[in-house]
Design a protein around this ligand. Sequence first.
Ligand code: FES
Length: 195
Amino acid sequence: MAGKKPQKAGWTRRDFFNWMLNVVMGVIAILVAIPSVGAAITPAFHNAAPVWVNLGAQTGLQQSSVQAGTGGVGTVVKAPYSYVEVDHWAKLPAADYAYLRYIGGSCAFYILSPICTHLGCHVNWIQADNQFHCPCHGSVYTVDGLNVSGPAPLPLGVFRWKMVGNDVWVARESTFTHAHQRTTESPTEPCLKEA
Ligand code: FES
């Protein structure tokens, strides 16, 4: 019929560009969502049961702490341990250490994480100063792990521990940061010894 515009068949160039635009937007949305999904599900893995690691025989640990101290009062000793690092689906042998001190009484051991609560460096025990020093940005902690100077916002973490037979085991949490707000009046509370 004269004057009627013919119908277009198939995809036009505009249809194709619209389709491409939708595909690109979809890919971008997925890429943006992946970190959020990862962040959402990662705590589920991190909150899994703690990994218990063996620090060694109770008598040996107590002797090394007390011998290093004075008057039968223990001082801080490094207690190394090995464990299996689970990184997503890979399992790798790894090693680390805790700082242990014999304090007597019902608690017996006070066991600190060596991880600085600022940005996670390992702190060093300085016997001459009776303090922990962080080599990264200079945070200083008391013998009980209380943060006293530098940028560290919290005390050193305290490990939960328990006896298994004659050995001392600690709960190696994925974050190492059971950084309880302790006070100078009761710096070694909580003891965190488990039955
Ligand atoms: S990581 Fe220890 S002071 Fe920064």
